[in-house]
Design a protein around this ligand. Sequence first.
Ligand code: FES
Length: 179
Amino acid sequence: MNGCNCKCKNMDNNETAREFEAVCKILDENNYDKDRLIPILQSVQAVYRYLPEDVISLVASSLGLSPARVYGVATFYSHFTLQPKGKYVIKVCDGTACHVKGSMNIYEAMRKKLSLPEGKNTTSDLMFTLETVSCLGACGLAPVIVVNEEVYGQMTPERGKNLIDKITDTEATGEKKHN
Ligand code: FES
């Protein structure tokens, strides 16, 4: 850690330090090693579900890198996102096998259920993000959707809408799992 800028260590404003506590912990665990930028960004994204601008600046200055360099890495890898995403990221597969089995009907039904306006794919309460993806490698189960890491096969528009209800209910009752 010696010789680094260690912004986290030098924060005089307690409130700011508290706000960025998770980031500072991640930087600490990675020994402020700029060669570990990618795992650091992965851990930060796991906390915030995206890479906020002020966090990118903090990571950059703490590692002694320019913000442009960190932005460059964050935008190069499709895994990283600079936009806030929902707690539940729903990916509707629109690869060939899923498409011919009506994946877009599922997508449209779920969009409607979530009341997503044109041009938006994340609900304003940051609970859901709805996206399309190319083949998820589970064509035998087509049409397929993935919610976070969980795969759902042989989906229908109805099942898609029910799944949203189920997750919403689970969240309302404070349970962790939705199965
Ligand atoms: S096309 Fe959807 S899983 Fe392959």
